[in-house]
Write a protein that binds this ligand. Structure first.
Ligand code: SF4
Length: 378
């Protein structure tokens, strides 16, 4: 096996945001205990990425996601890095991302982080409008977010990603425009933007059902997505995946590897892993995890499921599906079925064939879910 990614889940948040159903718990004083459990899982799982007993997997990316990884102290992160370098070969050019909340990125934290190999920060900002941030239960204000990004730049971080959200309660096209202007002013290298999507049970879903706010509706959501695409591409960002924009050379290498079906190891409760063939995922149970009881479920997808996954991930990316790979991996029948299903979308101008690839035009990414469903095997 060639190179792989390592994902480390930090399942803690200071307070739950009103729209979030990610697996996370109150931080409490579990930090050191949690890191000890992570290191034990790393020892136990290192070989997931290699078939050779003495093999030392080579890592091209490490991604600390959550939850809120910036709740870990620099000393706790340093323990994890020490163990990573003992267990894997961390390539010198590896992309190492830490997800962070703006209110954690204070001067002293950034100072301490400077001694670690983190070279990419992904900051959850969501909006630069205070009333929108307050409604969705974010802990920071717009000004704190702006200051945090500026501080990161002053500390030498030159690969910064921020997250924004569309279709938030009370958000208008004008207020979204303001958030975009602020994001552009900050000159970050990467922007991810997601439409608000609520799982039943999260507080924002309950308040919606109680009539305390109204959903944006399709017309407004569509207008926001179009505005996002127009403004960011006009400013020189590449719209390289449905929800992701990057300055040239600054695509997320970790997430791109997921979308290209490359192997990765995920550590921590709820983390998923893929060895190039099968998947496994850790049961989301922090209490068991802290007892080093690493409970897992497994899935070995059949060819149709693997084909569906390829359609789902590749068609959301600018490069689309490589037809040669499709043919090699799935044979003539699925290849023919895929191209036959694509014909109606090609005729309608939503898809095209280009350089041996089947691609959804970025202008049509708003209907990508419909196209992908149509091309999947049921
Ligand atoms: S900080 Fe992130 S993971 Fe935690 S509750 Fe908010 S959105 Fe969810």
């Amino acid at each position: 096996m060639d190179t792989s990614g390592l994902y480390i889940h930090i399942p803690f948040c200071r307070r739950k945001c009103a729209y979030c159903d990610f697996y996370s718990r109150a931080f409490g004083d579990h930090g050191d205990e949690y890191v000890t459990a992570l290191l034990a899982e790393m020892d136990e799982s290192r070989r997931f990425l290699t078939s050779k007993p003495e093999g030392r997997p080579r890592l091209t990316t490490v991604y600390f996601g959550g939850g809120t990884p910036s709740l870990l102290s620099a000393a706790q992160l340093a323990r994890i890095f020490e163990h990573i370098t003992q267990s894997f070969t961390l390539l010198p050019e590896a992309e190492i991302t830490l997800e962070a909340n703006p209110d954690d990125l204070k001067e002293d934290y950034l100072e301490a982080l400077g001694s670690l190999p983190v070279n990419r920060l992904s900051i959850g900002i969501q909006s630069f409008i205070d009333s929108e941030l307050a409604f969705i239960g974010r802990r920071h204000t717009a000004q704190q977010a702006i200051d945090a990004v500026r501080r990161c730049k002053e500390h030498g971080y030159d690969n910064i990603s921020i997250d924004l959200m569309m279709a938030l309660p009370g958000q208008t096209l004008e207020s979204f425009d303001q958030s975009l202007s602020q994001a552009l002013d900050l000159g970050v290298q990467h922007i991810s933007a997601y439409l608000l999507s609520l799982e039943p049970g999260v507080p924002l879903h309950r308040s919606l059902r109680q009539g305390r706010w109204q959903e944006a509706g399709e017309e407004l959501s569509t207008a926001m997505y179009r505005r996002l695409h127009e403004r960011l591409t006009a400013a020189g960002y590449e719209h390289y995946e449905v929800s992701n924009f990057a300055r040239p050379g600054f695509r997320s290498r970790h997430n791109s590897a997921y979308w290209q079906g490359r192997p990765y190891l995920g550590l921590g409760p709820s983390a998923h892993s893929f060895d190039g063939h099968g998947r496994r995922w850790n049961v989301p149970d922090l209490a068991a995890y802290l007892r080093h009881d690493f409970q897992r479920e497994y899935d070995n997808p059949n060819p149709e499921e693997r084909y569906n996954e390829l359609v789902m991930t590749r068609l959301r990316c600018l490069e689309g599906i490589c037809l040669e790979q499709l043919h090699q991996s799935f044979g003539q029948d699925l290849y023919d079925t895929c191209l036959a299903s694509a014909q109606k979308w090609i005729k309608a101008g939503n898809m095209h064939l280009e350089g041996g690839r089947l691609v959804i035009d970025p202008d049509s990414w708003l209907v990508s879910d419909e196209i992908i469903r149509d091309l999947m095997q049921v």
